[in-house]
Ligand binder design. Structure first.
Ligand SMILES: Cc1ncc(C[n+]2csc(CCOP(=O)(O)OP(=O)(O)O)c2C)c(N)n1
Length: 192
């Protein structure tokens, strides 16, 4: 299973969500499908997309928030899972694309590549109420459909191939993305 296919399959669902991604390949794959102002690509700050997503979800309990994370990023900020479980935003879906690799910076193997570290088990142990681990597109779509239907916190660990885009570059710098994301939220909250 490829992350790009997972993101492409969910892209229509993202219209009504606030989506926060990690930097690098994952962000590029979403951006390449067509940027929307409800997407925030957390460039540079590796590990913190889950924490930003948690903050957004807690602040905006009536919005569906989706975090697109990576194994390397989550491993840098494992405590986020415990914090997310403790504060339990029912509107948060945390998708972790586990490619066993730090792909965006050259493809160094991560701890999950060895089979030693199991992120789904860690999420369960942290207290996340709904955790799925999937390795086929069919199972991913089923887990995602359940997560979108469920008014509760979900984590999906999607085992994907260590492949990414053949190019990097966005016509959108982080500050502009942040201002537009914030404005999108503000204007949406004002709508009757
Ligand atoms: C604090 C910090 N350390 C290192 C980096 C460099 N860096 C950017 S992306 C990346 C790899 C991210 O790995 P993962 O989350 O698994 O996503 P993938 O690249 O595999 O899609 C690294 C090491 C960074 N941006 N910030």
């Amino acid at each position: 299973m490829k992350r790009a296919d997972c993101i492409k399959a969910l892209y229509p669902e993202f219209g009504d969500c606030l989506v926060v991604t990690i930097m690098g390949a994952c962000a590029q794959e979403l951006y390449d499908l067509g940027h929307r102002d409800n997407f925030f690509y957390l460039q540079h700050a590796m590990g913190l997309a889950s924490s930003i997503g948690l903050g957004v979800a807690l602040s905006l309990p009536h919005e569906r928030v989706v975090v697109l994370d990576g194994d390397g990023s989550l491993l840098m900020n494992l405590g986020a899972l415990a914090t997310i479980a403790r504060y339990h935003p029912a509107n948060l879906i945390h998708i972790v694309f586990d490619n066993g690799s730090l792909l965006s910076t050259g493809g160094f193997v991560s701890h999950t590549a060895t089979g030693i570290t199991n992120l789904a088990a860690i999420a369960r142990g942290a207290g996340i109420p709904h955790v799925d681990e999937v390795s086929t597109l069919y199972d991913f779509l089923e887990a995602a459909a359940d997560a979108f239907d469920r008014p509760d916190l979900s984590v999906i660990v999607a085992k994907v191939e260590a492949v990414g885009p053949d190019h990097f570059g966005m016509d959108l710098k982080l500050p502009e993305n942040a201002f537009r994301f914030e404005r999108f939220i503000r204007e949406k909250q004002r709508r009757p």
